[in-house]
Design a protein around this ligand. Structure first.
Ligand code: SF4
Ligand code: SF4
Length: 460
C-alpha cells in the first residue's frame, strides 16, 4: 500500500470533516427486496433504452427488458422475478420524459433479508483462476450484462475496453470523495475478494500491466483490509491512498494524482493509456462473470436527515420512498432530497413528505441524501478569485458565469466551458453564493450544441 500526501491535483477543496460519512459507514450493508420495482429506461444521463417487454409478461431476474437506442446506452434487465404490471412514461425532475417498467414480484420468498448475496461462492472467498476466460468473453459479458460506470457517469463499460489504444494502467476509482457517501467504502470492507477478482478481470480485458486501486486516506481500514487479501497472491494490483481532497475521484484529477499524467483537453483517458472504473463496477463485473448475474442491483447510501442512515444493496428499480421509510423517515420537515452526493447530485424533492418522493434506484444511484433546505440568495460577484483558484479544471468560473448569463456561448467556448467537470467546488467556495456550477454546466451543454450545429452546417 502506498501513501501520497502531496497536493495531488490542481485546485480542489476540503469540504468535509468526516462526520458526515460517519453517519453511515460504521454499520454493515443492509439488504432489501421490494415487492415492486419501477425500472427506469434511463439509467444514465442523456440516454434512454427501449422497452423490450409488454404489460402482463412474466419476467425472470436477469431477463432483458430494455435495449440500447444509441451510443452511450446499455442493456437493462429485470431485477426481480415477477410480472410486468405497467409501463408508464412520466417526467423526471428536469422535465424530461422517462419510461418505467413496473414489475411486481410473484415469488414471496424473494422479499427480505433472505436475499442477501451468498458470500460462500468461490469468488467471495478467494482469488479465482481466470486463465480460461478470454478478453473477448469478458468484454462481451460486460456488453450483454448491461455493465455501466457505477460511480455516476453511467457510461457503458464495454465501450471503454473496445479501444484500440494500448492500455498500461487500469485505475480503480474508490476515492468516494463526495461528503456523506459511503457505499463504496462499505463494499470494500465487505466484498473485498469480489472486488479484487473483478479488478483481475478488468486487467485481462484491458491487457494492462498494472491496476491501481485509489482511495482517499479516510478509508484506511478498507485499504488495510484489501492489502491483507492481496498479500495472499502475487498480483499486479497496487493500493494507493490519497489525500482527502475533493474532487479526488474526478477522472482527470485521479490520473494526475496517481500517475502524474495529464489528459489533454478533448481527449479520453484511453488516449494516454489509462482506463478508469469505479470500485462498485469491479464487484458488478465479478457478479457478472462468476455468478452470471447482469447488473440488476447496487449498493446505495441513504443518509443525512433520516433516523437511521444506512447502506443498502437493493434491486435496480427500488423506490426511493421505500428506502427512506426503511431508514425511519425524515428527521426534518424542511428537507431537500438529493439523488447522489451533495456536490454533484440532483435535488428531487423540497419540503415534501416521504410519499411525495418519486423515482427509483438506477445503476448510477450512489446516494439518497436528505439535507436541511436552505434559501440561498445570489449577490454580485466581488471578484475575490476564489472560484478560479480552486477549480480543478483550471477554469475561471466567474467569467463563464457572466458569459452564460449574457447567453454568449461563443465566449463560453473560448473560456473552455466544455472542460468543466460539474464538480460544484466553485459554488461551494463562492462568498456571493453565485450558482457557478449550475451555469458552467449549462454553458458546457450549450457549447456542445453549438459545435453540433456547426458540424451539421459543415456537412451540408
Ligand atoms: S467550473 Fe466546473 S470544474 Fe470548475 S469548480 Fe466549477 S463545477 Fe468544478
Ligand atoms: S468566488 Fe464568487 S465572488 Fe469570488 S470571484 Fe468567484 S464568482 Fe466572484
Amino acid at each position: 500500500m502506498k501513501y501520497s500526501s502531496r497536493n495531488d491535483f490542481h485546485g480542489g477543496i476540503h469540504c468535509s470533516d468526516g462526520t458526515d460519512k460517519e453517519l453511515s459507514n460504521k454499520n454493515p450493508i443492509r439488504f432489501y427486496q421490494p415487492k415492486t420495482v419501477e425500472i427506469s429506461m434511463k439509467q444514465s444521463a442523456g440516454s434512454s433504452g427501449e422497452v423490450a417487454v409488454s404489460i402482463g409478461d412474466r419476467v425472470t431476474k436477469g431477463q432483458l427488458i430494455g435495449t440500447p437506442t444509441r451510443f452511450g446506452t446499455a442493456n437493462i434487465h429485470a431485477s426481480i422475478n415477477g410480472t410486468v404490471q405497467d409501463i408508464v412514461t412520466t417526467k423526471d425532475s428536469q422535465d424530461n420524459d422517462i419510461t418505467y417498467v413496473v414489475i411486481e414480484t410473484d415469488t414471496p420468498d424473494e422479499t427480505g433479508e433472505k436475499n442477501r448475496t451468498p458470500n460462500t461462492t468461490e469468488y467471495h472467498r478467494g482469488f479465482v483462476d481466470i486463465s480460461s476466460i478470454s478478453k473477448e468473453d469478458i468484454i462481451t459479458s460486460m456488453k450483454e450484462g448491461g455493465l455501466i460506470g457505477m460511480g455516476g457517469a453511467g457510461f457503458p463499460t464495454h465501450v471503454k475496453y473496445e479501444t484500440t489504444n494500448q492500455i498500461d494502467y487500469v485505475l480503480i476509482n474508490a476515492a468516494e470523495c463526495e461528503p456523506y457517501l459511503t457505499c463504496d467504502h462499505r463494499l470494500m470492507l465487505e466484498y473485498g475478494y469480489a472486488i479484487l477478482n473483478g479488478v483481475c478481470l478488468f486487467l485481462k480485458a484491458a491487457g494492462a500491466k498494472k491496476a491501481i486501486l485509489c482511495m482517499e486516506d479516510n478509508k484506511r481500514d478498507a485499504a488495510e483490509h484489501l492489502s491483507n487479501l492481496l498479500f495472499q497472491k502475487d498480483l499486479p494490483i497496487e493500493i494507493k491512498l490519497l489525500r482527502t481532497r475533493y474532487p479526488q475521484g474526478g477522472e482527470k484529477q485521479l490520473i494526475e494524482a496517481v500517475i502524474g499524467m495529464e489528459v489533454p483537453a478533448g481527449k479520453l483517458p484511453a488516449d494516454i493509456g489509462v482506463i478508469i472504473n469505479n470500485v462498485g463496477t469491479a464487484k458488478a463485473l465479478a457478479d457478472l462473470i462468476f455468478a452470471q448475474t447482469p447488473l440488476v442491483s447496487r449498493c446505495i447510501t441513504v443518509t443525512g436527515k433520516v433516523k437511521k442512515p444506512s447502506n443498502f444493496i437493493v434491486p435496480i428499480g427500488t423506490r426511493y420512498a421505500e428506502l427512506i421509510e426503511l431508514c425511519g423517515g425524515f428527521t426534518t420537515v424542511n428537507n431537500r432530497v438529493i439523488v447522489g452526493g451533495p456536490m454533484t447530485g440532483t435535488a428531487v424533492l423540497f419540503g415534501g413528505g416521504v410519499s411525495d418522493l418519486e423515482g427509483s434506484v438506477t445503476k448510477t444511484s450512489s446516494g439518497l441524501l436528505v439535507l436541511e433546505d436552505q434559501i440561498i440568495i445570489e449577490t454580485p460577484c466581488i471578484r475575490c478569485g476564489q472560484c478560479e483558484r480552486i477549480c480543478p479544471a483550471g477554469l475561471a468560473p466567474f467569467k463563464i458565469d457572466f458569459a452564460c448569463i449574457n447567453e454568449d456561448y461563443t465566449l463560453c467556448e473560448k473560456l473552455y466551458a466544455t472542460e468543466c467537470i460539474s464538480c460544484g467546488s466553485c459554488s461551494y467556495v463562492c462568498p456571493a453564493s453565485r450558482e457557478l456550477a449550475h451555469r458552467t454546466t449549462k454553458a458546457k451543454i450549450e457549447v456542445l450544441k453549438l459545435r453540433m450545429e456547426r458540424r451539421k452546417k459543415h456537412n451540408g
